[in-house]
Design a protein around this ligand. Structure first.
Ligand code: SAH
Ligand code: SF4
Length: 365
């Protein structure tokens, strides 16, 4: 199979074009077509000689994502379900920084991207892992989620369309990002590069369920990505119940890896904590959670659980959520209780894909 052109760094493209006896400026012309101009075909690249376009088409793929469905309205959270070249489906979610409470459009957006088809980690509460792991995404399939949403936005009527919409990336869609380490890092380098996506590394947050060795590896990478840990339990007892990964990398090991990251990057860690009724919302979790947050200089994001069809878990009532949040704050921890966005459109990872696949499976052929 041909490598895709959006999996190539500028340096790789330059080297390839050199073998084709092209002048040095050609690689930049190509990246200009791919990123700011978001071209979907070789024919569109009109300032490249026709023979070169043909040569590029022989050497590289130029895949784009096919939009299967989109949920949500322009000013709120919008969820995109994409079909990849092999027919697999993945999701990306576009979240406005300030939901348009007063009817004004928000111009700052975060895009949540997927890194795998399915997930092998099987956290008990999560829709992404329900049907197992299918495959890793290739770098261009991660990059193209950003480009495809920008392309979609540019096609919409209205003032927002002229400008780019995505200024923040969270790697919190389907899949465990650090289990697809090399492809993810390559994609993020392309998305971060000034010739590519142009998104600052500090505006990119990678979320992991706790792969300790890969956290250490990421700490040694020169780029300053932010790190979010899906903690969801502050003791091994609670984490073991809901996250099988904790058996492999128990809290002691995870915390040590996070400490290493914190030392290298300083104050770049967030602890994510979904509140699930009767599972991890008792106040006895607060003390160990606060201790860990302080040790890592981390803030805590509390997220009320998003109900998943077929799973028994529920979110606690609001009083319980608030009591948990204030108990943390009282211990001197910076904690936010997320009034989560997109609850109504299945924004939690993996849910839209699961529903669509089930619908397709049930549909008469
Ligand atoms: N695999 C990575 C990134 C993808 S999951 C990770 O686990 O961190 C992104 C976040 O969504 C994680 O914090 C995950 O625990 C959370 N999540 C999964 N299912 C959820 C649900 N039903 N409600 C709320 N958050 C959920
Ligand atoms: Fe995978 Fe993250 Fe879902 Fe766990 S929470 S199953 S690691 S996607």
């Amino acid at each position: 199979m041909k490598p895709d052109i959006k999996s190539q760094t500028l340096e790789e493209l330059q080297a390839q074009l050199k073998t084709l006896n092209q002048p040095a400026y050609r690689a930049r012309q190509v990246t200009e077509w791919l990123y700011p101009l978001r071209a979907v075909s070789w024919e569109a690249m009109t300032n490249l000689p026709r023979v070169l376009r043909e040569k590029l088409a022989e050497t590289f793929g130029l895949e784009t994502l096919e939009l299967v469905t989109k949920q949500g309205s322009r000013d709120t959270t919008q969820k995109f379900l994409w079909r990849l070249a092999d027919g697999s489906m993945i999701e990306s979610v576009l979240i406005p920084a300030n939901p348009a409470l007063y009817g004004e459009a928000s111009d700052r957006h975060t895009l949540c991207v997927s890194t795998q088809v399915g997930c092998a980690y099987g956290c008990r509460f999560c829709a992404s892992g329900l049907e197992g792991w299918k495959r890793n995404l290739l770098p261009h399939e991660i990059v193209e989620q950003v480009i495809a949403v920008e392309r979609w936005n540019a096609e919409q009527p209205g003032p927002m369309s002229a400008e780019r919409v995505i200024n923040n990336l969270v790697i919190m869609g389907m899949g465990e990002p650090l289990a697809n380490y090399d492809n993810l890092l390559k994609a993020l380098k392309i998305l971060n590069a000034p010739w590519g996506g142009g998104i600052g590394a500090r505006k990119i947050t990678i979320s992991t369920s706790g792969l300790a060795p890969q956290i250490r590896k990421l700490a040694d990478d020169p780029l300053q990505f932010r790190l979010a840990i899906s903690l969801h339990g502050a003791t091994d007892e609670v984490r073991n119940r809901i996250m099988p990964v904790n058996k492999k990398y128990p809290l002691r090991e995870l915390a040590a890896a996070c400490e290493y990251y914190q030392e290298k990057k300083s104050r770049m860690i967030t602890l994510e904590y979904i509140l699930i009724a009767g599972v991890n919302d008792a106040l006895d979790q607060v003390k160990p959670l606060a201790e860990l947050a302080k040790r890592l200089y981390a803030k805590v994001n509390l997220i009320p659980y998003n109900k998943v069809e077929d799973l028994p878990w529920e979110r606690p009532v609001e009083e319980v959520q608030e009591a948990f949040a204030s108990a943390l704050t009282n211990r001197g921890v910076t904690a936010t209780l997320r009034r989560e966005k997109g609850h109504d459109i299945d924004a939690a990872c993996g849910q839209l894909r699961l529903k669509t696949e089930r619908k397709l499976a049930a549909a008469p052929v």
